[in-house]
Design a protein around this ligand. Structure first.
Ligand code: ADE
Length: 277
């Protein structure tokens, strides 16, 4: 028989004193979605009391992560994959907040590989139903952007800053930091743009910068997940680490960064995020 000694609710997420108490409560889970298998596998390995359910070729792992009830899933890449995963997740589990962690290509000049971006608003850069709707507006949603929840954003930012200041050099091998010239990475907050395109060309990157001057970084899932969260009225936060410059070098940097470094950032940031709940 399970009994909960004590629990609190923070950002709508239930946090227990007992690390395995997620089994006793059927509400208020934190969903953590990743777009790379490496990040997902590392997170799943650090859960306790894991049970797994499979829907639509996705594995939803329920467990306890630093005393927080979580459901963790690998979405795969692209807007359709991410939206399908998020919709199934929110329909099947009692989720009160969703955090998406992953990598992104830099758009804003000055952002470097290893910097972290916390999304304030998410926009689909490839949405274009003109002339029926204004450019970027999501048909019948009445908006072109979805806004991340302020409390989640604030905690993600604090967690990322602490990670960079205190954990980065023990979490990531010095040789990898040197290979990517990661010296004094910073955290920024701003617009993240998403679409079904991997940017690996300076000309296309310049064109994106001109079209969307507020964009800090580009990835392939966030705005789709944000739209699903909006439709299910579930608050979301998105944190991305810059893996590449979204130009011709991206084809080399993205796979190496995703393989060797991304998971250390995401687990480090999410561990500190969970401590703050
Ligand atoms: N995710 C990481 N790097 C990216 C890029 N260059 N384009 C789109 N999505 C990305």
């Amino acid at each position: 028989m399970w009994s909960i000694r004590s629990s609190t609710v923070c950002c709508g997420i239930r946090v227990h004193e007992r690390p395995d108490a997620h089994r006793a409560v059927a509400a208020g889970m934190l969903a953590i979605v990743s777009a790379t298998p490496e990040e997902n596998a590392t997170l799943v390995a650090s859960l306790t009391g894991v049970t797994t359910r499979e829907y639509g070729r996705r594995h939803y792992h329920v467990g306890s992560y630093r005393s927080v009830e979580v459901v963790v899933v690998f979405s795969r890449m692209g807007k359709v994959a991410a939206a399908a995963t998020a919709a199934q997740l929110l329909a099947s589990f009692p989720v009160s907040a969703l955090v998406f962690s992953g990598v992104a290509g830099a758009v804003r000049a000055g952002l470097a590989i290893g910097d972290v971006v916390v999304g304030t608003e998410l926009l689909q850069h490839d949405m274009d139903a003109t002339p029926l709707f204004p450019r970027y507006e999501v048909p019948l949603c009445g908006t072109d952007r979805f806004v991340a929840a302020a409390p989640l954003r604030a905690r993600l930012r604090q967690a990322a800053e602490e990670f960079l200041r205190q954990d980065l050099h023990s979490a990531v091998a010095a040789a990898e930091l040197a290979a990517f010239k990661i010296r004094a990475p910073r955290v920024s907050e701003g617009m993240i743009v998403s679409g079904d395109k991997f940017f690996a060309s300076s000309a296309e990157l310049d064109e994106l910068r001109q079209r969307l001057p507020l964009a800090l970084c580009v990835e392939m899932e966030g705005a789709a997940v944000a739209q699903v969260c909006d439709e299910y009225a579930v608050p979301f936060g998105i944190v991305r680490v810059i893996s590449d410059a979204a130009d011709e070098t991206a084809v080399h940097d993205f796979p190496r960064f995703s393989r060797e470094i991304a998971r250390h950032y995401s687990t480090g940031i999410l561990a500190r995020f969970a401590q703050r709940l």
